[in-house]
Ligand binder design. Structure first.
Ligand SMILES: [Ca+2]
Length: 223
């Protein structure tokens, strides 16, 4: 996973998708962990024509601004407890339909940029939001936290596909986390993904409880 340790306007990961023709259908999935309460970009894609060609902004705890070729769709979701968060989005130029999932749960989407296509010059960036083609970053829109399991497709995923992505059985055909092509700029650490935020917290809580019980038993014994 990529770890963005602090708020900067420099730290970013530039992805190298294998796109040979303009995208008229697209799907993206990724996992993020962040304790930020301000808005931040989950993914920023800019083309020479549209600086918000493919952008997902998350405003915790329940709102997303999705842009396709500068066309905005606002998506409301149910707030989730602080943990790794799996976000998926699809867009189909034929209808303009934007679909959205968080942790496998579908949410009402919207419509954006029907009939257009995302051009092959797209610059895809994790950690920062582009206000120009490949730049124009603002620390207050940067990600502080972690990103993992990013996959992207040049077709529209079904609900069934989303479940396969969640369980790790479906990988992207234009961006694949298992064979990711990327370039790091600034302070971004590459680490093995761990579950410390959930699993280790449970273990830690259990140990504290056991210790507390032992102390209580000792007190009872002594008195
Ligand atoms: Ca910005």
């Amino acid at each position: 996973m990529f770890f963005f340790p602090k708020e900067t306007s420099t730290a970013r990961v530039i992805l190298r998708p294998t796109i040979t023709k303009p995208l008229q259908k697209v799907s993206i999935c990724l996992r993020t962990f962040s304790e930020l309460s301000r808005g931040y970009a989950l993914l920023s894609g800019a083309t020479s024509k549209y600086f918000e060609a493919f952008l997902i902004m998350f405003y915790p705890p329940d709102s997303h601004n999705v842009y396709i070729n500068n066309g905005l769709v606002v998506i409301k979701t149910t707030p989730e407890p602080l943990d790794w968060r799996h976000t998926c989005m699809t867009w189909d130029s034929d209808t303009g339909l934007v679909q959205f999932w968080v942790n496998g749960n579908p949410y009402p989407g919207g419509f954006s940029s029907k009939g257009s296509s995302i051009t092959t010059d797209i610059i895809l960036i994790l950690g920062q939001e582009q206000d120009s083609f490949g730049g124009g970053f603002d620390a207050k829109q940067s990600l502080v936290g972690e990103i993992s399991d990013i996959h992207m497709w040049d077709y529209v995923l079904t609900q069934e596909d989303i479940q396969k992505v969640l369980s790790g059985d479906l990988h992207g055909n234009i961006i694949n986390w298992k064979s990711l092509l990327y370039e790091i700029k600034g302070e971004v650490l590459v680490q093995p993904k761990n579950l410390r935020k959930s699993f280790l917290l449970i273990i830690y809580t259990l140990i504290i409880k056991i210790l507390q019980r032992s102390v209580q038993n000792m007190v009872i014994y002594l008195s």
